[in-house]
Ligand binder design. Structure first.
Ligand code: M6R
Length: 611
């Protein structure tokens, strides 16, 4: 999704801007651009469709001490050079913008009447003209931005420069993350601290409504009432180590294989001999768990799928649990029972729909808010009463892999803590908890075993590469695992993949089954295995091709119509985590054969910061 970098320094900042854009590439984008104020106090801007590499080819000779840069993920106006940012108002002002301006049409009409001409279809262009009009009426850059944001409806993170203020970078934020990086006699602006890893460790997070006036040796911040305000200086812990491919062809493959280590880190320090420890989950964790009678989970995409698996655990453990997609949750009325914990799940901690749902939930009477998150320096973490970190390490591939399995592990820890309260157990838990804790400890080994199936999965993937549609089946807590498997396949191989609870097959989707529709099934050895086998017979009877990830003792065997991949027996509670791995590998290898852009699939973004 869109990314912003800005810099003001005594050195030439073009290389800093380009490096920052490269570091934001993982968020997903379709065009890129930058603008600097050069030594003649003129704005020099370049924009290119496609990768940052395309921009690099056209920035020769672009030098300056002040500049802004952007990666754009199209919302208003197709990906095209004229729609890329920075957007300019004549040669005077340049703006980069993340977010969506809702009243852009109204402003556009006023500006057309005032004689402005438009060169793009973006909602952003009205911002730059509005700032320009205030400057033409006598305002300095900072006041012009202050006046402009008061006239905007919608969400924005902004970086603004003007040739009339050659030492000043103005940044503004409402609903779209933005932070100020503090260097040595140079300062920066970015939508994500990872853009600034080589140039700044210290940073300040802008809050909604803040506007910052950033110069080489000073940063002044003003709140939504335009009153000066101090924001805390934080120290970033991000490093470059996780942004290297380390010999892997793709980040997705690397991240799939990192799951052994990632899950070890999720569990690190959180397990006693037989139980889940609560203190390492957060200093207010016990108090929040004590106050919790039921939970509501809200999330998007893969994180939502993790919530759907966890619901089975919570309810089996006696804790009422409701799960909802964030973009739906935020647009309906709610009845909140006393003692309900509002839980968000997000890899990035920046997903706008999830963040907006949390903002809304805060006024609805939930007892507390908890976030399951992978990004320590993110908006959701800052806004939640308690965060349980997944410790997956940075995930670069757009398709979530290790983020998902570590979310599942974290949710199991939470479920076991709430189980004690629901069942009135003491801190030593009970046999069920003891058994699950031992299973959690064995997860890294079991994941290694699942990863060792890769060669067989490569053979299986060849059957999918020429297909246009596929069905994924599962039952019980493996239905959301089938949904996640289908999401992975469609996301990176562009094959249409639909997931069904296997019992639903006969209520409609069976009509689709023929030899051209591969049917993938997840078949652990649980209480629903026999039911699932009957569902698979329904597929076989209609000439369907089955690809089954089955427990080695399931009794499901390969034949002409069925390809079975045996998964080592695993405890039912943690089986969803293990069965995820072969599905991830399957989608990876299908995409590899199809030659798609695996780490940056078309039309998608890593961090979805627009509605
Ligand atoms: O950062 P989040 O976990 O909040 O992101 C939510 C979804 O955008 C994300 O899981 C998306 O569905 C993934 N690309 C799926 O692989």
């Amino acid at each position: 999704m869109c990314g912003i970098v800005g810099a003001v320094a005594s050195r030439d900042i073009t290389p800093v801007l380009l490096d920052g854009l490269r570091r934001l590439e993982y968020r997903g984008y379709d065009s890129a651009g930058l603008a600097v104020v050069n030594q003649d106090d003129e704005i020099d801007a370049r924009r290119a469709v496609g990768r940052v590499a395309a921009l690099e080819e056209i920035v020769n000779g672009v030098n300056g001490h002040l500049g802004i840069a952007h990666t754009r993920w199209a919302t208003h106006g197709r990906p095209a050079e004229h729609n890329a940012h920075p957007q300019l108002s004549s040669t005077d002002v340049a703006v980069v913008h993340n977010g969506i301006i809702e009243n852009h049409q109204e402003l556009r009409e006023q500006q057309l009447a005032a004689g402005y001409t438009f060169t793009s279809e973006t909602d952003t262009e009205v911002i730059v003209h509005q700032i320009d009009s205030h400057m033409k009426a006598g305002a300095d850059l900072l006041s012009a931005v202050q006046k402009t944001v008061d006239e905007l409806k919608g969400a924005y993170g902004l970086g603004v420069i003007s040739r009339h203020a050659p030492n000043t970078l103005v940044a503004a934020r409402r609903g779209s993350p933005l932070l100020i990086g503090l260097g040595e006699a140079e300062n920066f602006v970015a939508s994500d601290m990872s853009a600034l890893i080589p140039v700044a460790r210290k940073y300040m997070v802008l809050e909604d409504g803040d506007i910052a006036c950033v110069k080489q040796d000073s940063v002044q911040i003003f709140d939504q009432n335009h009153k000066p305000i101090e924001r805390k200086v934080l120290v970033s812990t991000l490093s470059d180590a996780e942004t290297e491919l380390e010999g892997y062809a793709h980040f997705m493959k690397k991240e799939i294989h990192e799951q052994t280590r990632a899950i070890t880190e999720t569990l690190e320090g959180r397990l006693g001999a037989n139980t889940v420890l609560e203190i390492p989950l957060g200093k207010n964790a016990k108090e929040i768990f004590d106050a919790t009678k039921e939970i509501k989970i809200v999330a998007c995409g893969t994180s939502y799928n993790a919530a759907c698996v966890a619901r089975y655990w919570f309810e089996e453990f006696g804790v009422r649990c409701d799960v909802e997609i964030a973009s739906e949750y935020r647009y309906r009325k709610h009845v909140v029972n006393p003692g309900t914990l509002f839980v968000t799940i997000s890899q990035s901690g920046e997903t706008l729909d999830t963040m907006a749902a949390l903002d809304m939930a805060k006024g609805l009477g939930y007892t507390n808010t908890l976030c399951v998150c992978n990004a320590p320096e993110s908006s959701l973490v800052r806004a939640s009463d308690l965060t349980i970190f997944t410790h997956a390490g940075r995930e670069i591939g757009v398709a979530s892999t290790k983020a998902f399995t570590t979310q599942l592990v974290t949710l199991m820890l939470l479920a076991l803590c709430l189980r004690r309260r629901a069942l009135g157990l003491d801190y030593d838990g009970d046999e069920v908890e003891h058994e699950i804790v031992q299973e959690l400890r064995s997860l890294p080994n079991q994941i290694e075993h699942a990863l060792s199936l890769e060669d067989e999965i490569i053979a299986m993937s060849k059957h999918f590469a020429d297909k246009h549609h596929s069905l994924f089946l599962g039952r019980g807590m493996h239905f959301p695992i089938a949904v996640e498997g289908a999401l992975k396949l469609k996301e990176i191989s562009y094959i249409h993949a639909e997931a069904y609870a296997a019992g639903e097959l006969k209520h409609g989707p069976l009509a689709l089954v023929d030899k051209d529709m591969p049917v993938v099934a997840v078949a652990p050895n649980d209480e629903l295995l026999e039911k699932l086998k009957s569902n698979l017979e329904e597929v076989r009877a209609r000439g369907g091709q089955l690809f089954v990830f089955a427990d080695a003792h399931s009794g499901i065997v390969s034949d002409n119509d069925t390809m079975v991949l045996n998964v080592a027996p695993v405890n039912n509670h943690i089986a969803p985590i293990i069965y995820t791995i072969p599905l991830q590998l399957l989608s990876y290898h299908v995409a590899l054969i199809k030659g798609t852009d695996i780490d940056k699939p078309r039309n998608l973004a890593k961090s979805v910061t627009v509605e």
